[in-house]
Design a protein around this ligand. Structure first.
Ligand code: NAD
Length: 487
């Protein structure tokens, strides 16, 4: 049984009127258990606690203490890592295989530790040249200080919940901010576990981290409109990102938005098709529920049919089903709503004239759980809905191109620009194309860029700002320029 209570002002509490909602296992459709359902009043208390902790304690200035308590949190999570792993598989429906990588172990190695260590190395101040700015005979020393931004509202989705939480919490806390974290209603227990670990196993001061769950998305919206919140850090859909930016404009608070994607998997004509094309079925990992997945496979028209045959074989061999089985790559969609959304896109693809090569529906052999068959579309034009919109399911579209310029044109003909892959027998040629694709991250010939030190985020409608890396620390700071006369 997971943790029910949320964390407000250092205390583990139920919601104001004791309401709860159910946490459901998407692979079995069984109720896992209850979780406290926050109201707007609970959110207001959490925001006030974060404000007070920021304004009235030395949290924002005590570097050494911050490092110590972030590392305490790291140790606390590690001590319950296996319970957390099982819980993630149960509530997210992610294959256990993915928890040994991006879902848990990869972020757990670095997401808190790297920012904690960067507290000592971060350039908190820098000197400018002394200057007589107005030519009035007063030469002044000048310095630029970096300071925490204040109270950060952190809003996260359900697809990689703990990965996203840790990659936000680490930098937010390392830079000296306080926060209110609103977890995703579909995956509440990893957040409430974190709440308990913070309360019972760390010296993180009361109010510095507040964690809430709510079945009502609009409770999260309070963060975006509150004048007591200085910034929003959000990961989720582009539609919600747009709404958050609009709401945040009333108080002119900066927004960091990590949104959707429709990334390319561009295979050049000199690539080894026998290895490059089958790996495109990697989009089925975690049922395609990843914003950075390369869901547009682009191949030269001259080798289109060969590529589709190779991809078909890989899709038909994709092991999926029970996410607790370590041989499965793909589990269910996170909810019935998501399953229906994915099936709706598949139907739309058919209506617009694309051809389902394999898959295309619910798997008959998995009557329980919100599964969708690994689905491959051929005959896809880049203007079709299934080539333009984020499906968030185990669905790949194959698009043909003629020559490198055409490939770049199609790659960039998207509202999104989050990630992507390029494969070529010639690294320099691939790098040349990488420089022309408008996207925030790119993997060339299977290289992996991921890490707490690696900025991640989107061009165009894939977002604003970067998570992780130096850029992902700076984003949670304000800049103050000060000067005084040279002695
Ligand atoms: P969503 O954007 O609706 O929700 C993400 C988070 O935002 C949740 O915690 C939700 O409660 C909160 N939220 C929703 N409305 C809000 C509002 N008005 N103000 C403040 N917070 C609000 O995403 P979803 O419904 O969970 O998924 C829908 C689609 O979003 C998916 O199919 C997929 O396309 C996309 N998605 C993208 C990512 C990503 O990493 N880029 C992650 C999850 C989902």
């Amino acid at each position: 049984m997971g943790d029910r209570r949320m964390l407000i002002d250092g205390k583990l509490v139920d919601g104001e009127d004791g309401r709860v909602f159910d946490n459901v296992n998407p692979a079995t459709e069984e109720v896992l258990g209850p979780v406290a359902d926050a109201t707007r009043a609970d959110m207001a208390r959490a925001i006030a606690a974060a404000r007070t902790a920021f304004d009235t304690t030395d949290w924002s200035t005590d570097h050494q203490r911050r490092k110590e308590v972030i590392l305490q949190l790291q140790a606390a999570i590690e001590s319950e890592k296996e319970e957390l792993r099982a819980e993630l598989v149960a509530e997210v429906g992610c294959p256990v295989l993915s928890t040994w990588g991006p879902q848990l172990d990869a972020p757990l190695r670095e997401a808190l530790v790297w920012p904690a260590e960067m507290i000592e190395r971060f350039p908190w101040s820098r000197d400018l040249e002394p200057k007589d700015a107005f030519g009035m005979g007063i030469v002044a020393e000048r310095q630029v200080w970096k300071e925490p931004i204040g109270v950060v509202g952190v809003i996260v989705p359900w697809n990689f919940p703990i990965e996203i939480i840790l990659n936000k919490l680490g930098p937010v806390l390392a830079m000296g901010n306080t926060c209110v974290l609103k977890a995703a209603p579909d995956t509440p227990w990893n957040a409430t576990r974190l709440a308990r670990l913070i309360a019972e196993h760390t010296d993180i001061p009361p109010g510095v981290v507040n964690i809430l769950n709510s079945s009502d998305h609009l409770v999260g919206e309070e963060l975006t409109t509150s004048a007591l919140v200085d910034m929003i850090a959000f990961t989720g859909s582009t539609a919600t990102g747009r709404r958050i930016m609009e709401a945040a404009s009333a108080t002119l608070k900066p927004v960091f938005l990590e949104l959707g994607g429709k990334s390319i998997n561009l295979v050049l004509d000199d690539a080894d098709f026998a290895t490059a094309i089958p790996s495109s079925a990697g989009v089925c990992m975690h049922a395609g529920q990843g914003c950075a997945m390369p869901t547009r496979l682009m191949v030269p028209n001259a080798r289109y049919d060969e590529a589709v045959e190779l991809a078909k074989a890989a899709f038909e061999a994709m092991p999926y089903g029970d996410p607790t089985d370590p041989s499965n790559f793909q589990g269910p969609q996170v909810s019935k709503k998501q399953q229906e959304r994915v099936l709706g896109y598949i139907e739309k693809g058919r209506q617009e004239g694309a051809r389902v090569v394999t898959g295309g529906g619910r798997p008959a052999h998995l009557p329980k759980g919100w599964f969708v068959e690994p689905t491959l579309f051929a005959g896809v034009d880049n203007q079709m809905t299934i080539a333009q919109e984020e499906i968030f399911g185990p669905v790949l579209v194959v698009i043909g191109y003629d020559g490198d310029d055409d490939a770049v044109r199609i790659a960039n003909d998207s509202a999104y620009g989050l990630s992507g892959m390029i494969t070529s027998g010639d690294l320099d040629r691939a790098k040349g194309i990488a420089a022309r694709v408008r996207t925030g991250t790119l993997s060339i010939n299977g290289g992996q860029w991921y890490g707490a030190d690696a900025p991640f985020g989107g061009y165009k409608q894939s977002g604003i700002g970067r998570q992780c890396g130096i850029e992902g620390l700076e984003i949670f700071t304000q800049t103050k320029t000060v000067s005084w006369p040279v002695a």
